[in-house]
Design a protein around this ligand. Structure first.
Ligand code: GLN
Length: 276
């Protein structure tokens, strides 16, 4: 039989387990225990002498995190923009920098009164769900080449009752999209194949969502060409911090009407908007 242990004792134990894998081991221990108990963190402080039920289950959550598995996969949920999205292994965890891309796209949608867009590489559905919630008249076709993101994005779209306006289809880039579009948005895989990612990313998140080719920008360039060829007026993409120069050369080479780059919150180049 397992010995009864209190909230305080289990937090101390979990904090020690998470020293190597987490920057804030105490905080993450509290998040995991709060999740395990289905309570908030305040409860842990108020009732720290209560015993923790099903301690073995809690211990297994902690050992997953100690092995660098992302917190979001362990709890099955990621906080993004103003919502919580379901996530699971096989789907990229939405990143805060992608919120900047959404805000830039939102400005264009507003200014141009856009009602029809596509997203390439829907992942969890983060971009499409947030945009659809912001603009009640917006229709979105979101594509992905992998099955797990298609499944999870549909679940998130359903969670927010957006099935009528956000359609997810299996497609390489825009190959299966035949409707006229006013804008395309994408956070595609843009990391070079041989780039060594941190363990929590490289060992757990889907390679198909991260790696864009030998150089990294191959898919970005393909997307630019596809969107240009279709005569869609706007394209907004996230990109890697070191891709501004190569993309600038490419835009000038193929000829676009105008382009701007934007930075993420740490001041790194993180994406671009093209007007064709
Ligand atoms: N920004 C992500 C990372 O650094 C990569 C996302 C992407 O490739 N689209 O892990």
């Amino acid at each position: 039989m397992t010995k009864t242990i209190t909230i305080k004792e289990s937090l101390n134990w979990a904090e020690a387990q998470l020293q190597q894998s987490c920057q804030r081991p105490r905080f993450e221990a509290e998040l995991l225990l709060a999740h395990h108990l289905q309570k908030n963190r305040t409860y842990l402080h108020a009732f720290d002498d209560k015993h923790v039920p099903e301690i073995e289950t809690f211990k297994s959550l902690v050992s997953r995190r100690a092995n660098h598995e992302p917190y979001e996969y362990i709890v099955g949920s990621a906080s993004f923009y103003d919502i919580d999205l379901k996530v699971e292994a096989g789907v990229l965890i939405p990143r805060p920098e992608t919120e900047i891309l959404i805000d830039l796209v939102a400005k264009i949608i507003e200014k141009e009164a856009i009602t029809s867009i596509a997203e390439i590489g829907v992942g969890s559905g983060a971009i499409s769900v947030v945009l659809a919630r912001k603009f009640p008249n917006l229709k979105i076709i979101a594509t992905d080449i992998c099955d797990t993101p298609i499944k999870v994005a549909r679940q998130n779209i359903k969670k927010f009752a957006l099935e009528n306006r956000v359609k997810v289809i299996k497609s390489n880039l825009l190959d299966e999209v035949h409707e006229p579009l006013e804008l395309v948005v994408s956070n595609p895989p843009y990391i070079a194949d041989d780039f060594e990612l941190e363990k929590n990313v490289g060992e757990y998140e889907p390679a198909q969502a991260l790696f864009g080719g030998m150089v990294g920008d191959e898919l970005l360039k393909q997307i630019v060409l596809d969107v240009k060829e279709r005569g869609v007026p706007y394209l907004a993409c996230e990109m890697g911090y070191d891709q501004k120069e190569a993309m600038t050369l490419f835009f000038n080479e193929i000829g676009v009407k105008s382009f701007t780059f934007y930075k993420d919150l740490t001041g790194h180049d993180r994406g671009f908007i093209i007007t064709f």
